[in-house]
Design a protein. Sequence first.
Length: 298
Amino acid sequence: MRELRAAGRSWKAIHRLEQSGDYVQMFRSVLVRRSALDDPEVRARAISTVLPPGGAVCRESAAWLHGIDTRAPGLHLQPPALQCVVPAGVSRVRRSGQRCWVSDAPQDDVHVVRGVPATTPARTALDLARYAPRFLALAAVDAYAHQGHVDPPDLERRARLLAGARNIARARFVIEECEPATESAGESWLRLRLVEAELPRPQAQIRIRDAAGREVYRLDLGYPAVRVGVEYDGEAFHHATHAQLVADDRRRRDLARRFGWTVIGVHRGDVLGRRNDLERTVAGLIGFTGVLMARQQW
């Protein structure tokens, strides 16, 4: 906004840009064209205008700069609040839409991304495992591992070095449950629901092959020993059109007929809701006779 003002735009004109819907206020005094929100260079430039001197972006902001989205469902159209750390002796910035912490981050834990100081993928993943809600933290750590940006055993080692630190037990759980094969946040959330209920941990990305060894289908999650699959049906690729619903139904009927697999599809409401229908259904399909743990608050 400062640049627009310097270019001669009035506050009234700037307000009209916001009202048009073509522009989004990414941070305080930072207006960005909506179509450019996913441009990494634009993200970096926007952050650089509000980052305190000596600071480094961290947690959700660092992940966002790395290209990993940790925002909760329903917030995907809004940029995350700016989160940053400043070294000891530097005053924290207190500003609407910005969270700032004092932390002596080791030099090895900070790198520069498109001109912006940010915590490294390993430090960011560890911070999110400690402080973000568990379902969002697991999705972030899975995504970092899937992209090859972090090594889960290295994260486990780093967590052990922080024994006794705040929230480190939660971080260890998240890191232990990391699955690099995971391809979407919904798969991470689904796997966490099953594990927290104390059902057996499902295998990720199961390849179904025909008699000639050709891969015919691939399942998000499942239990090969009993041929039961569980898949997360995201809105964009599974519920946007009637044709998608028909294709999913046809595919799952073919899996049952040709390969003997029972495959169920679940959506966001099943996974993020409070009811435990999901866990009871999976338990029945796999013949689980143990006690299901109550749904945990995420």
